[in-house]
Design a protein around this ligand. Structure first.
Ligand code: GRF
Length: 188
């Protein structure tokens, strides 16, 4: 049984899909959820699912090994960023080499980097007149949205699409593929 640690800042719909995917699995389980936003929806999910949740303090996150030690206490095999808005500090990246992944709601390297999250991404994609968007699941390094790509999946954008309809199409791809990739990486 492998242990997954999820970092999230928001609603947690990706976290929920991963929890659901591993509900009766003997391959993996979501052992702990770490969140930097008091009141975030993902904390309600953790409580409802009976999964330990940890509220991250920025200073400790950036300048100590507090959360590395916590991840090790949970025997974490894979760190999954599911809508986590802070950059991962170098000590954490080094502590879990090749074991931290992120999902980005666009086709990196375009529409990535600081400030590119949520509706900002889809607005930029529409404004750029793109004919497709999608998701990028990638390894995490010390820069935003910059690590080696694991998977990209695409959706078509038509002239009738809005940032909201693109967000809906992209979220469907996230929910379909993120749990699959997590499971594939656990067995590596
Ligand atoms: C998703 O769009 C994901 O691609 C991005 O943050 C969002 C998280 O959404 N990294 P949710 O909190 O999982 O619903």
């Amino acid at each position: 049984m492998k242990n997954i640690a999820i970092f999230a800042s928001g609603a947690g719909s990706n976290a929920q899909k991963i929890i659901d995917h591993f509900r009766n699995s003997d391959k993996g389980r979501v052992a702990v959820i770490l969140c930097n936003k008091p009141g975030a929806g993902v904390l309600d999910i953790a409580q409802r699912e009976g999964i330990p949740a940890v509220l991250i303090e920025k200073d400790k996150f950036l300048h100590s090994d507090t959360y590395i030690a916590l991840l090790q206490q949970y025997q974490t095999n894979l760190v999954v960023l599911a809508g986590f808005l802070w950059k991962i500090p170098g000590n954490l990246v080094k502590a879990f080499p090749g074991r931290i992944i992120n999902i980005h709601p666009a086709l990196l390297p375009k529409f990535g980097g600081k400030g590119m999250y949520g509706h900002f991404v889809h607005e930029a994609v529409i404004a750029a007149g793109e004919t497709e968007s999608g998701i990028t699941i990638h390894y995490v390094n010390e820069k935003y949205d910059d690590g080696e790509t694991i998977l990209q999946e695409r959706c078509i954008i038509t002239k009738d699409d809005t940032p909201e309809t693109v967000a809906h199409k992209v979220q469907a791809l996230e929910h379909q593929w993120f749990p699959v990739i997590v499971e594939r990486l656990l067995s590596k």
